[in-house]
Design a protein around this ligand. Structure first.
Ligand code: ATP
Ligand code: MG
Length: 581
Protein backbone atom coordinates (compact mmCIF):
# COMPACT_ATOMS: atom_id res chain seq x y z
CA UNK A 1 0.00 0.00 0.00
CA UNK A 2 1.35 3.40 -1.01
CA UNK A 3 -0.43 6.65 -0.16
CA UNK A 4 0.86 9.91 -1.62
CA UNK A 5 0.10 13.06 0.32
CA UNK A 6 0.02 15.03 -2.94
CA UNK A 7 -3.23 13.30 -3.88
CA UNK A 8 -4.48 11.91 -0.56
CA UNK A 9 -7.90 13.21 0.40
CA UNK A 10 -6.61 14.89 3.54
CA UNK A 11 -6.53 18.38 4.97
CA UNK A 12 -5.02 18.77 8.41
CA UNK A 13 -6.13 21.66 10.59
CA UNK A 14 -3.89 23.92 12.59
CA UNK A 15 -6.45 24.70 15.29
CA UNK A 16 -8.48 22.53 17.59
CA UNK A 17 -12.15 22.29 16.66
CA UNK A 18 -14.20 24.60 18.87
CA UNK A 19 -16.50 21.84 20.15
CA UNK A 20 -13.69 19.47 21.20
CA UNK A 21 -12.71 19.02 24.83
CA UNK A 22 -10.76 15.77 24.98
CA UNK A 23 -7.41 15.15 23.24
CA UNK A 24 -8.57 12.27 21.03
CA UNK A 25 -11.40 14.34 19.61
CA UNK A 26 -9.16 17.34 18.95
CA UNK A 27 -6.44 15.25 17.34
CA UNK A 28 -8.66 13.01 15.21
CA UNK A 29 -10.37 16.07 13.77
CA UNK A 30 -7.17 18.11 13.35
CA UNK A 31 -5.39 15.18 11.69
CA UNK A 32 -8.25 14.77 9.23
CA UNK A 33 -9.33 11.30 10.39
CA UNK A 34 -12.97 12.14 11.12
CA UNK A 35 -15.40 14.95 10.42
CA UNK A 36 -18.55 15.87 12.31
CA UNK A 37 -21.89 15.65 10.55
CA UNK A 38 -24.24 16.21 13.51
CA UNK A 39 -23.95 15.77 17.30
CA UNK A 40 -22.55 12.27 17.88
CA UNK A 41 -22.50 11.49 14.14
CA UNK A 42 -19.19 11.41 12.28
CA UNK A 43 -17.79 10.59 8.87
CA UNK A 44 -14.51 8.73 8.40
CA UNK A 45 -11.94 10.11 5.96
CA UNK A 46 -9.34 7.84 4.30
CA UNK A 47 -6.82 7.70 7.16
CA UNK A 48 -9.58 7.35 9.76
CA UNK A 49 -11.24 4.64 7.74
CA UNK A 50 -7.92 2.78 7.58
CA UNK A 51 -7.60 2.88 11.39
CA UNK A 52 -11.20 1.77 11.84
CA UNK A 53 -10.60 -1.12 9.42
CA UNK A 54 -7.47 -2.15 11.31
CA UNK A 55 -9.31 -2.24 14.62
CA UNK A 56 -12.13 -4.15 12.96
CA UNK A 57 -9.68 -6.70 11.54
CA UNK A 58 -8.09 -7.37 14.94
CA UNK A 59 -11.50 -7.79 16.54
CA UNK A 60 -12.67 -10.10 13.76
CA UNK A 61 -9.52 -12.24 13.89
CA UNK A 62 -9.85 -12.77 17.63
CA UNK A 63 -13.57 -13.52 17.39
CA UNK A 64 -12.94 -16.05 14.63
CA UNK A 65 -10.07 -17.59 16.58
CA UNK A 66 -12.35 -18.26 19.57
CA UNK A 67 -14.88 -19.97 17.32
CA UNK A 68 -17.36 -17.17 16.72
CA UNK A 69 -19.15 -17.12 13.37
CA UNK A 70 -19.80 -13.81 11.71
CA UNK A 71 -23.25 -12.76 10.54
CA UNK A 72 -24.72 -9.38 9.71
CA UNK A 73 -28.07 -7.97 10.75
CA UNK A 74 -29.79 -4.89 9.41
CA UNK A 75 -29.80 -1.76 11.55
CA UNK A 76 -33.39 -1.03 10.51
CA UNK A 77 -35.62 -3.32 12.53
CA UNK A 78 -39.36 -3.79 13.00
CA UNK A 79 -40.87 -2.96 16.36
CA UNK A 80 -42.38 -6.33 17.29
CA UNK A 81 -39.11 -8.07 18.24
CA UNK A 82 -38.39 -5.33 20.77
CA UNK A 83 -42.01 -5.19 21.87
CA UNK A 84 -41.82 -8.82 23.03
CA UNK A 85 -39.02 -8.00 25.46
CA UNK A 86 -40.53 -4.61 26.37
CA UNK A 87 -37.35 -2.89 25.23
CA UNK A 88 -39.32 -0.83 22.70
CA UNK A 89 -40.59 0.96 25.82
CA UNK A 90 -37.77 0.41 28.32
CA UNK A 91 -35.15 1.94 26.05
CA UNK A 92 -36.93 5.26 26.48
CA UNK A 93 -35.51 8.23 24.62
CA UNK A 94 -32.31 6.38 23.68
CA UNK A 95 -34.09 4.45 20.94
CA UNK A 96 -34.29 5.94 17.47
CA UNK A 97 -37.85 5.15 16.39
CA UNK A 98 -39.28 5.74 12.92
CA UNK A 99 -42.26 4.86 10.77
CA UNK A 100 -42.43 3.47 7.26
CA UNK A 101 -44.78 4.82 4.59
CA UNK A 102 -47.56 2.55 5.84
CA UNK A 103 -47.24 3.87 9.36
CA UNK A 104 -45.60 0.71 10.74
CA UNK A 105 -43.09 1.25 13.59
CA UNK A 106 -39.40 0.62 13.10
CA UNK A 107 -36.28 1.29 15.12
CA UNK A 108 -32.58 1.62 14.46
CA UNK A 109 -30.96 -1.20 16.43
CA UNK A 110 -29.16 -0.11 19.63
CA UNK A 111 -28.10 -3.76 20.29
CA UNK A 112 -29.41 -7.02 18.83
CA UNK A 113 -30.20 -9.66 21.50
CA UNK A 114 -33.76 -10.10 20.22
CA UNK A 115 -32.67 -10.54 16.61
CA UNK A 116 -29.98 -13.11 17.37
CA UNK A 117 -32.29 -15.16 19.59
CA UNK A 118 -34.84 -15.18 16.82
CA UNK A 119 -32.29 -16.12 14.17
CA UNK A 120 -31.03 -19.09 16.16
CA UNK A 121 -34.59 -20.17 16.80
CA UNK A 122 -35.22 -20.14 13.06
CA UNK A 123 -32.25 -22.35 12.22
CA UNK A 124 -31.57 -24.67 15.15
CA UNK A 125 -33.81 -27.21 16.84
CA UNK A 126 -31.82 -30.04 18.43
CA UNK A 127 -29.59 -30.08 21.52
CA UNK A 128 -26.92 -31.45 19.16
CA UNK A 129 -26.81 -28.06 17.41
CA UNK A 130 -25.49 -26.29 20.51
CA UNK A 131 -23.43 -24.46 21.69
CA UNK A 132 -23.01 -21.71 19.14
CA UNK A 133 -21.42 -18.25 19.20
CA UNK A 134 -22.49 -15.69 16.59
CA UNK A 135 -21.21 -12.19 16.14
CA UNK A 136 -21.43 -9.15 13.91
CA UNK A 137 -19.49 -5.95 13.44
CA UNK A 138 -22.18 -3.45 12.70
CA UNK A 139 -23.43 0.08 13.09
CA UNK A 140 -25.54 0.80 16.16
CA UNK A 141 -27.81 3.71 16.91
CA UNK A 142 -28.49 5.24 20.29
CA UNK A 143 -29.89 8.69 20.83
CA UNK A 144 -27.49 9.29 23.73
CA UNK A 145 -28.49 12.02 26.15
CA UNK A 146 -24.94 13.32 26.14
CA UNK A 147 -23.11 12.48 22.90
CA UNK A 148 -19.57 13.39 23.70
CA UNK A 149 -15.96 13.62 22.69
CA UNK A 150 -16.41 12.90 19.00
CA UNK A 151 -16.52 9.18 18.26
CA UNK A 152 -16.02 8.28 21.92
CA UNK A 153 -19.74 8.47 22.61
CA UNK A 154 -21.56 8.64 19.31
CA UNK A 155 -25.22 8.36 18.44
CA UNK A 156 -24.15 6.21 15.50
CA UNK A 157 -21.19 3.96 16.23
CA UNK A 158 -19.63 0.64 15.27
CA UNK A 159 -19.91 -2.22 17.74
CA UNK A 160 -18.85 -5.82 17.66
CA UNK A 161 -21.69 -7.64 19.36
CA UNK A 162 -21.66 -11.35 19.95
CA UNK A 163 -24.07 -13.74 21.57
CA UNK A 164 -23.54 -17.20 22.96
CA UNK A 165 -26.21 -19.90 23.03
CA UNK A 166 -25.84 -22.76 25.47
CA UNK A 167 -27.89 -25.62 26.84
CA UNK A 168 -26.98 -25.07 30.47
CA UNK A 169 -25.31 -22.72 32.96
CA UNK A 170 -21.94 -24.46 32.75
CA UNK A 171 -21.97 -24.01 29.00
CA UNK A 172 -22.76 -20.32 29.43
CA UNK A 173 -19.87 -19.95 31.86
CA UNK A 174 -17.54 -21.55 29.33
CA UNK A 175 -18.72 -19.26 26.52
CA UNK A 176 -18.28 -16.31 28.85
CA UNK A 177 -14.73 -17.35 29.74
CA UNK A 178 -13.90 -17.81 26.05
CA UNK A 179 -15.06 -14.27 25.38
CA UNK A 180 -13.12 -12.95 28.33
CA UNK A 181 -9.94 -14.52 26.98
CA UNK A 182 -10.63 -13.32 23.42
CA UNK A 183 -11.16 -9.78 24.75
CA UNK A 184 -7.89 -9.91 26.66
CA UNK A 185 -6.09 -10.93 23.48
CA UNK A 186 -7.77 -8.38 21.25
CA UNK A 187 -7.37 -5.42 23.60
CA UNK A 188 -3.72 -6.38 24.12
CA UNK A 189 -3.25 -6.41 20.35
CA UNK A 190 -4.95 -3.03 20.04
CA UNK A 191 -2.41 -1.67 22.49
CA UNK A 192 -5.09 -0.46 24.89
CA UNK A 193 -4.39 -0.46 28.63
CA UNK A 194 -7.49 -1.74 30.45
CA UNK A 195 -8.82 -3.06 33.72
CA UNK A 196 -11.46 -5.79 33.96
CA UNK A 197 -14.13 -4.56 36.37
CA UNK A 198 -17.24 -6.10 37.86
CA UNK A 199 -20.16 -4.40 36.24
CA UNK A 200 -23.10 -5.59 38.26
CA UNK A 201 -23.66 -5.88 41.95
CA UNK A 202 -23.03 -9.09 43.84
CA UNK A 203 -26.73 -9.81 43.72
CA UNK A 204 -26.25 -10.99 40.14
CA UNK A 205 -23.59 -13.49 41.08
CA UNK A 206 -20.38 -11.48 40.98
CA UNK A 207 -18.84 -12.55 37.70
CA UNK A 208 -22.10 -12.41 35.74
CA UNK A 209 -21.00 -9.22 34.07
CA UNK A 210 -17.67 -7.51 33.62
CA UNK A 211 -16.57 -4.39 31.82
CA UNK A 212 -13.22 -3.72 30.21
CA UNK A 213 -12.42 -0.16 31.22
CA UNK A 214 -9.54 1.78 29.69
CA UNK A 215 -8.04 3.99 32.43
CA UNK A 216 -8.24 7.55 31.19
CA UNK A 217 -8.62 10.90 32.95
CA UNK A 218 -11.30 11.91 30.48
CA UNK A 219 -13.35 8.74 30.98
CA UNK A 220 -16.98 8.89 32.01
CA UNK A 221 -16.88 5.74 34.09
CA UNK A 222 -15.43 5.60 37.56
CA UNK A 223 -13.95 2.39 38.81
CA UNK A 224 -12.46 1.22 42.07
CA UNK A 225 -9.56 -1.14 42.49
CA UNK A 226 -8.12 -2.91 45.49
CA UNK A 227 -4.39 -3.40 45.22
CA UNK A 228 -4.49 -5.89 48.04
CA UNK A 229 -6.86 -8.55 46.67
CA UNK A 230 -7.23 -7.50 43.00
CA UNK A 231 -10.93 -6.63 43.23
CA UNK A 232 -11.95 -4.08 40.60
CA UNK A 233 -15.43 -2.80 39.88
CA UNK A 234 -17.25 -0.06 38.10
CA UNK A 235 -18.30 2.43 40.77
CA UNK A 236 -21.89 1.73 39.71
CA UNK A 237 -21.45 -1.87 40.81
CA UNK A 238 -19.60 -1.35 44.08
CA UNK A 239 -21.51 -2.78 46.99
CA UNK A 240 -21.35 -1.15 50.39
CA UNK A 241 -20.82 -3.54 53.28
CA UNK A 242 -23.78 -3.02 55.63
CA UNK A 243 -23.04 -2.89 59.36
CA UNK A 244 -25.04 -5.29 61.55
CA UNK A 245 -28.46 -4.09 62.72
CA UNK A 246 -28.52 -2.77 66.28
CA UNK A 247 -30.86 -3.17 69.19
CA UNK A 248 -33.60 -0.55 69.37
CA UNK A 249 -33.84 -0.73 73.16
CA UNK A 250 -32.44 2.05 75.33
CA UNK A 251 -31.85 4.60 72.57
CA UNK A 252 -32.61 8.23 73.44
CA UNK A 253 -35.94 9.57 72.21
CA UNK A 254 -36.20 11.69 69.10
CA UNK A 255 -35.61 15.34 69.90
CA UNK A 256 -36.49 18.30 67.67
CA UNK A 257 -33.90 21.09 67.79
CA UNK A 258 -33.94 24.70 66.69
CA UNK A 259 -31.20 25.01 64.08
CA UNK A 260 -31.73 28.35 62.35
CA UNK A 261 -29.90 28.96 59.06
CA UNK A 262 -28.50 25.48 58.67
CA UNK A 263 -29.50 24.35 55.20
CA UNK A 264 -26.16 22.65 54.54
CA UNK A 265 -24.65 19.67 56.34
CA UNK A 266 -21.60 21.71 57.30
CA UNK A 267 -23.61 24.53 58.88
CA UNK A 268 -25.80 21.97 60.63
CA UNK A 269 -22.90 20.06 62.19
CA UNK A 270 -21.25 23.27 63.41
CA UNK A 271 -24.52 24.50 64.87
CA UNK A 272 -25.60 21.34 66.70
CA UNK A 273 -22.14 20.93 68.19
CA UNK A 274 -21.99 24.53 69.39
CA UNK A 275 -25.57 24.89 70.61
CA UNK A 276 -26.64 21.37 71.52
CA UNK A 277 -23.31 19.74 72.43
CA UNK A 278 -23.90 16.72 70.21
CA UNK A 279 -20.27 16.13 69.21
CA UNK A 280 -21.47 15.11 65.76
CA UNK A 281 -19.67 14.75 62.45
CA UNK A 282 -21.18 14.90 58.96
CA UNK A 283 -21.32 11.09 58.99
CA UNK A 284 -23.83 11.25 61.87
CA UNK A 285 -26.29 13.22 59.80
CA UNK A 286 -28.75 11.76 57.35
CA UNK A 287 -29.03 13.72 54.12
CA UNK A 288 -32.23 13.32 52.16
CA UNK A 289 -32.16 13.99 48.45
CA UNK A 290 -35.39 14.23 46.48
CA UNK A 291 -35.59 13.10 42.86
CA UNK A 292 -38.40 12.50 40.41
CA UNK A 293 -38.25 9.27 38.50
CA UNK A 294 -39.78 8.53 35.12
CA UNK A 295 -40.51 4.97 34.12
CA UNK A 296 -40.19 4.64 30.34
CA UNK A 297 -43.61 4.17 28.81
CA UNK A 298 -45.41 6.14 31.51
CA UNK A 299 -45.95 9.89 31.74
CA UNK A 300 -46.06 9.81 35.51
CA UNK A 301 -43.10 10.90 37.58
CA UNK A 302 -42.62 9.33 40.97
CA UNK A 303 -41.23 11.49 43.75
CA UNK A 304 -38.58 9.53 45.59
CA UNK A 305 -36.36 10.41 48.54
CA UNK A 306 -32.87 8.94 48.89
CA UNK A 307 -31.20 8.92 52.32
CA UNK A 308 -27.41 8.88 52.55
CA UNK A 309 -24.98 9.64 55.37
CA UNK A 310 -24.35 13.41 55.31
CA UNK A 311 -20.63 13.09 54.66
CA UNK A 312 -21.38 11.71 51.19
CA UNK A 313 -22.98 13.07 48.07
CA UNK A 314 -25.48 11.14 46.01
CA UNK A 315 -23.61 9.90 42.92
CA UNK A 316 -26.05 10.45 40.09
CA UNK A 317 -24.57 7.71 37.90
CA UNK A 318 -24.85 5.17 40.70
CA UNK A 319 -28.37 6.38 41.31
CA UNK A 320 -29.23 6.00 37.62
CA UNK A 321 -27.75 2.51 37.51
CA UNK A 322 -29.67 1.52 40.64
CA UNK A 323 -33.00 2.85 39.33
CA UNK A 324 -32.67 1.70 35.68
CA UNK A 325 -34.75 1.51 33.55
CA UNK A 326 -36.30 4.31 35.66
CA UNK A 327 -34.75 7.70 34.90
CA UNK A 328 -34.17 10.04 37.84
CA UNK A 329 -34.17 13.82 37.51
CA UNK A 330 -33.29 16.51 39.99
CA UNK A 331 -36.18 17.94 42.03
CA UNK A 332 -36.47 21.59 41.04
CA UNK A 333 -37.72 24.61 42.94
CA UNK A 334 -41.07 24.29 41.16
CA UNK A 335 -41.36 20.67 42.31
CA UNK A 336 -40.76 21.72 45.90
CA UNK A 337 -43.40 24.42 45.50
CA UNK A 338 -45.86 21.74 44.37
CA UNK A 339 -44.95 19.51 47.36
CA UNK A 340 -45.20 21.70 50.48
CA UNK A 341 -44.72 18.64 52.68
CA UNK A 342 -41.09 18.50 51.56
CA UNK A 343 -39.28 21.40 53.24
CA UNK A 344 -36.19 22.07 51.19
CA UNK A 345 -33.03 21.79 53.28
CA UNK A 346 -34.90 20.38 56.28
CA UNK A 347 -36.32 17.08 55.00
CA UNK A 348 -36.47 14.19 57.44
CA UNK A 349 -37.76 10.69 56.69
CA UNK A 350 -40.20 10.79 59.64
CA UNK A 351 -43.04 12.16 57.47
CA UNK A 352 -42.43 10.36 54.20
CA UNK A 353 -44.74 7.39 54.83
CA UNK A 354 -47.52 9.85 55.66
CA UNK A 355 -46.84 11.80 52.48
CA UNK A 356 -46.93 8.57 50.48
CA UNK A 357 -43.36 9.09 49.26
CA UNK A 358 -41.02 6.13 48.88
CA UNK A 359 -37.82 6.30 50.89
CA UNK A 360 -34.71 4.35 49.89
CA UNK A 361 -31.59 4.42 52.03
CA UNK A 362 -27.89 3.77 51.81
CA UNK A 363 -26.89 0.29 53.12
CA UNK A 364 -25.25 1.97 56.13
CA UNK A 365 -28.67 3.08 57.38
CA UNK A 366 -29.53 -0.16 59.18
CA UNK A 367 -32.10 -0.72 61.89
CA UNK A 368 -30.98 0.81 65.16
CA UNK A 369 -28.73 3.50 63.66
CA UNK A 370 -29.44 6.94 65.02
CA UNK A 371 -29.26 10.10 62.94
CA UNK A 372 -29.46 13.86 62.96
CA UNK A 373 -31.77 14.82 60.13
CA UNK A 374 -34.40 17.33 59.06
CA UNK A 375 -37.47 17.95 61.18
CA UNK A 376 -39.56 18.93 58.16
CA UNK A 377 -39.89 22.50 59.35
CA UNK A 378 -37.78 25.43 58.20
CA UNK A 379 -34.89 26.02 60.59
CA UNK A 380 -35.38 22.84 62.61
CA UNK A 381 -33.65 19.47 62.70
CA UNK A 382 -34.21 16.34 64.74
CA UNK A 383 -31.60 14.36 66.66
CA UNK A 384 -31.76 10.69 67.72
CA UNK A 385 -33.88 9.79 64.72
CA UNK A 386 -33.65 6.01 64.71
CA UNK A 387 -34.03 3.73 61.70
CA UNK A 388 -36.63 1.08 62.38
CA UNK A 389 -38.21 3.20 65.12
CA UNK A 390 -38.78 6.74 63.84
CA UNK A 391 -38.81 5.83 60.17
CA UNK A 392 -39.01 2.66 58.11
CA UNK A 393 -37.18 2.74 54.78
CA UNK A 394 -38.91 1.16 51.80
CA UNK A 395 -35.66 -0.35 50.62
CA UNK A 396 -31.92 -0.03 50.23
CA UNK A 397 -30.19 1.73 47.34
CA UNK A 398 -26.53 2.00 46.27
CA UNK A 399 -26.51 5.69 45.42
CA UNK A 400 -23.94 7.25 47.76
CA UNK A 401 -20.65 8.24 46.21
CA UNK A 402 -17.76 5.80 46.52
CA UNK A 403 -14.55 7.36 47.75
CA UNK A 404 -10.87 6.49 47.61
CA UNK A 405 -10.03 4.81 50.89
CA UNK A 406 -13.45 3.13 51.26
CA UNK A 407 -13.26 -0.48 52.38
CA UNK A 408 -12.92 -3.12 49.67
CA UNK A 409 -16.12 -5.19 49.77
CA UNK A 410 -14.05 -8.33 49.30
CA UNK A 411 -11.10 -7.96 51.69
CA UNK A 412 -11.70 -4.75 53.66
CA UNK A 413 -8.48 -3.03 52.56
CA UNK A 414 -8.79 0.43 51.09
CA UNK A 415 -9.92 1.09 47.52
CA UNK A 416 -8.39 3.40 44.96
CA UNK A 417 -10.53 5.29 42.46
CA UNK A 418 -9.82 6.08 38.83
CA UNK A 419 -11.68 7.11 35.72
CA UNK A 420 -11.99 5.01 32.60
CA UNK A 421 -13.75 4.48 29.30
CA UNK A 422 -15.78 1.33 28.71
CA UNK A 423 -14.34 -0.48 25.70
CA UNK A 424 -15.96 -3.86 26.15
CA UNK A 425 -18.65 -5.57 28.16
CA UNK A 426 -19.25 -9.27 28.72
CA UNK A 427 -22.51 -10.35 30.23
CA UNK A 428 -24.13 -13.63 31.22
CA UNK A 429 -27.67 -12.81 30.19
CA UNK A 430 -29.39 -16.03 31.13
CA UNK A 431 -32.80 -16.85 29.68
CA UNK A 432 -34.61 -13.51 29.39
CA UNK A 433 -34.29 -13.24 25.61
CA UNK A 434 -34.68 -16.96 25.01
CA UNK A 435 -37.91 -16.77 27.03
CA UNK A 436 -39.19 -13.86 24.94
CA UNK A 437 -38.33 -15.62 21.68
CA UNK A 438 -39.38 -19.09 22.91
CA UNK A 439 -35.90 -20.40 22.06
CA UNK A 440 -35.72 -24.10 22.98
CA UNK A 441 -33.64 -27.05 21.87
CA UNK A 442 -35.16 -30.50 21.75
CA UNK A 443 -33.26 -32.58 24.30
CA UNK A 444 -32.18 -36.25 24.02
CA UNK A 445 -35.38 -37.22 25.83
CA UNK A 446 -37.45 -35.16 23.36
CA UNK A 447 -38.18 -32.59 26.09
CA UNK A 448 -37.50 -28.91 25.32
CA UNK A 449 -34.46 -27.24 26.90
CA UNK A 450 -34.62 -23.47 27.26
CA UNK A 451 -31.43 -21.94 25.86
CA UNK A 452 -29.28 -19.64 28.00
CA UNK A 453 -27.53 -16.70 26.39
CA UNK A 454 -24.56 -14.43 26.86
CA UNK A 455 -24.10 -11.04 25.25
CA UNK A 456 -20.72 -9.44 24.61
CA UNK A 457 -19.85 -6.05 23.12
CA UNK A 458 -16.75 -4.24 21.94
CA UNK A 459 -16.88 -0.57 21.02
CA UNK A 460 -15.03 -0.76 17.71
CA UNK A 461 -15.26 2.90 16.69
CA UNK A 462 -14.86 3.93 20.33
CA UNK A 463 -11.63 1.89 20.47
CA UNK A 464 -10.15 4.18 17.79
CA UNK A 465 -10.74 7.17 20.07
CA UNK A 466 -9.52 5.30 23.15
CA UNK A 467 -6.23 4.41 21.46
CA UNK A 468 -5.85 8.06 20.45
CA UNK A 469 -6.76 9.14 23.98
CA UNK A 470 -4.23 6.84 25.63
CA UNK A 471 -1.49 7.28 23.04
CA UNK A 472 -0.72 10.80 21.95
CA UNK A 473 1.63 13.59 22.92
CA UNK A 474 1.66 17.36 22.60
CA UNK A 475 2.49 17.07 18.90
CA UNK A 476 -0.16 14.62 17.81
CA UNK A 477 -1.28 11.03 17.49
CA UNK A 478 1.00 8.06 18.17
CA UNK A 479 -0.54 4.91 16.69
CA UNK A 480 0.54 1.42 17.64
CA UNK A 481 1.83 -0.21 14.45
CA UNK A 482 -0.96 -2.76 14.05
CA UNK A 483 -3.56 0.02 14.10
CA UNK A 484 -1.71 2.79 12.25
CA UNK A 485 -2.96 3.69 8.75
CA UNK A 486 0.63 3.15 7.51
CA UNK A 487 3.84 1.62 8.89
CA UNK A 488 6.03 4.47 7.75
CA UNK A 489 5.62 8.12 6.84
CA UNK A 490 8.34 9.29 4.45
CA UNK A 491 8.84 13.04 4.33
CA UNK A 492 10.53 14.49 1.29
CA UNK A 493 11.65 18.07 1.95
CA UNK A 494 13.98 20.51 0.25
CA UNK A 495 14.77 21.93 -3.10
CA UNK A 496 17.00 19.24 -4.60
CA UNK A 497 15.46 15.98 -5.76
CA UNK A 498 14.39 14.94 -2.25
CA UNK A 499 10.82 14.22 -3.32
CA UNK A 500 11.99 11.95 -6.11
CA UNK A 501 14.23 10.04 -3.72
CA UNK A 502 11.41 9.83 -1.17
CA UNK A 503 9.11 8.35 -3.79
CA UNK A 504 11.75 5.85 -4.83
CA UNK A 505 12.26 4.72 -1.24
CA UNK A 506 8.47 4.56 -0.80
CA UNK A 507 8.24 2.25 -3.80
CA UNK A 508 10.96 -0.03 -2.45
CA UNK A 509 9.32 -0.27 0.97
CA UNK A 510 5.96 -0.98 -0.60
CA UNK A 511 7.62 -3.80 -2.55
CA UNK A 512 8.78 -5.25 0.76
CA UNK A 513 5.19 -5.30 1.96
CA UNK A 514 5.13 -2.21 4.16
CA UNK A 515 2.20 0.18 4.20
CA UNK A 516 3.71 3.50 3.18
CA UNK A 517 2.58 7.12 3.38
CA UNK A 518 4.85 9.53 1.53
CA UNK A 519 4.76 13.31 1.74
CA UNK A 520 5.52 14.24 -1.87
CA UNK A 521 3.72 17.58 -1.81
CA UNK A 522 5.70 20.11 -3.85
CA UNK A 523 6.08 23.62 -2.48
CA UNK A 524 5.08 22.76 1.08
CA UNK A 525 7.59 23.89 3.70
CA UNK A 526 9.60 21.32 5.67
CA UNK A 527 8.16 22.75 8.89
CA UNK A 528 4.60 22.06 7.77
CA UNK A 529 5.53 18.57 6.62
CA UNK A 530 7.21 17.70 9.94
CA UNK A 531 4.24 19.03 11.90
CA UNK A 532 1.86 16.94 9.79
CA UNK A 533 3.98 13.81 10.22
CA UNK A 534 3.90 14.27 13.98
CA UNK A 535 0.17 15.02 14.00
CA UNK A 536 -0.78 12.04 11.80
CA UNK A 537 1.09 9.64 14.06
CA UNK A 538 2.62 6.86 11.93
CA UNK A 539 4.98 4.83 14.12
CA UNK A 540 8.04 5.34 11.89
CA UNK A 541 9.02 8.56 10.16
CA UNK A 542 11.78 8.86 7.55
CA UNK A 543 13.05 12.28 6.48
CA UNK A 544 14.74 12.77 3.12
CA UNK A 545 15.97 16.31 3.55
CA UNK A 546 19.13 18.35 3.65
CA UNK A 547 21.27 15.24 4.24
CA UNK A 548 20.51 14.01 0.74
CA UNK A 549 23.69 15.46 -0.77
CA UNK A 550 25.73 13.47 1.81
CA UNK A 551 23.63 10.37 1.14
CA UNK A 552 21.95 10.49 4.54
CA UNK A 553 18.34 10.09 5.62
CA UNK A 554 16.87 10.43 9.09
CA UNK A 555 14.90 7.67 10.79
CA UNK A 556 12.56 8.69 13.60
CA UNK A 557 10.57 6.67 16.06
CA UNK A 558 7.32 8.58 16.63
CA UNK A 559 6.63 7.04 20.04
CA UNK A 560 10.06 7.50 21.64
CA UNK A 561 11.16 10.51 19.61
CA UNK A 562 14.53 8.77 18.95
CA UNK A 563 16.27 10.02 15.81
CA UNK A 564 19.00 8.26 13.88
CA UNK A 565 20.90 9.09 10.70
CA UNK A 566 21.01 6.24 8.19
CA UNK A 567 22.84 5.84 4.88
CA UNK A 568 20.42 6.31 2.02
CA UNK A 569 22.05 3.47 0.12
CA UNK A 570 20.80 0.99 2.72
CA UNK A 571 17.67 2.94 3.75
CA UNK A 572 15.14 0.43 2.45
CA UNK A 573 16.59 -2.41 4.53
CA UNK A 574 17.10 -0.31 7.64
CA UNK A 575 13.61 1.21 7.56
CA UNK A 576 12.09 -2.18 6.90
CA UNK A 577 13.94 -3.60 9.90
CA UNK A 578 12.81 -0.69 12.08
CA UNK A 579 9.19 -1.35 11.09
CA UNK A 580 9.52 -5.03 11.96
CA UNK A 581 10.96 -4.48 15.45
P1 ATP B 1 -21.84 3.16 28.16
O1 ATP B 1 -21.92 2.77 29.59
O2 ATP B 1 -20.51 3.74 27.76
O3 ATP B 1 -23.00 3.96 27.67
P2 ATP B 1 -23.10 0.73 27.47
O4 ATP B 1 -22.92 0.00 28.74
O5 ATP B 1 -24.37 1.35 27.13
O6 ATP B 1 -21.92 1.83 27.34
P3 ATP B 1 -23.04 -1.67 25.91
O7 ATP B 1 -24.47 -1.69 25.63
O8 ATP B 1 -22.45 -2.61 26.89
O9 ATP B 1 -22.61 -0.17 26.26
O10 ATP B 1 -22.27 -1.70 24.51
C1 ATP B 1 -21.10 -2.46 24.25
C2 ATP B 1 -19.93 -1.56 23.90
O11 ATP B 1 -20.26 -0.62 22.89
C3 ATP B 1 -19.48 -0.70 25.07
O12 ATP B 1 -18.59 -1.42 25.89
C4 ATP B 1 -18.83 0.48 24.39
O13 ATP B 1 -17.46 0.18 24.14
C5 ATP B 1 -19.56 0.60 23.08
N1 ATP B 1 -20.51 1.72 23.10
C6 ATP B 1 -21.66 1.82 23.81
N2 ATP B 1 -22.26 2.98 23.59
C7 ATP B 1 -21.48 3.67 22.71
C8 ATP B 1 -21.58 4.94 22.07
N3 ATP B 1 -22.60 5.75 22.29
N4 ATP B 1 -20.59 5.32 21.22
C9 ATP B 1 -19.54 4.51 20.97
N5 ATP B 1 -19.41 3.28 21.54
C10 ATP B 1 -20.35 2.86 22.38
MG1 MG C 1 -22.05 -1.76 29.10
Amino acid sequence: MLLRMSSLFLRTLRDDPADAEVPSHKLLVRAGYVRRVAPGIYSWLPLGKAVLENVTRVVREEMDRMGGQEVLFPALLPRDYYERTNRWTEYGDVLFRLKDRKGADYLLGPTHEEMFADMVKGEYSSYKDYPVILYQIQTKYRDEARPRAGILRGREFVMKDSYSFDLDDDGLKRSYEQHREAYIRLFDRLGIAYKICFATSGAMGGSASEEFLAPCETGEDTFVACHHCGYAANAEAVTTPAPPARDLGGLPALEVLDTPDTPTIESLVTYVNEHHGLGATAADTLKNVVVKVTTPGSDKKETLVIGVPGDREVDFKRLEAALAPGEPEIFEAADFAANPGLVRGYIGPQVLAELGIRYLVDPRVVTGTSWITGANEPGRHAAHVVAGRDFHPDGVIEAAEVRAGDACPRCGESLTIDRGIEIGHIFQLGRKYADAAGLDALGPDAKPIRITMGSYGVGVSRAVAVIAEQQHDALGLVWPREIAPADVHIVGTGKENQIEVALRLAGELEQKGLRVLVDDRPGVSPGVKFKDAELLGMPTIVVIGRGLSQGIAELRNRATGAKQEIPLADAANLVYAACRD
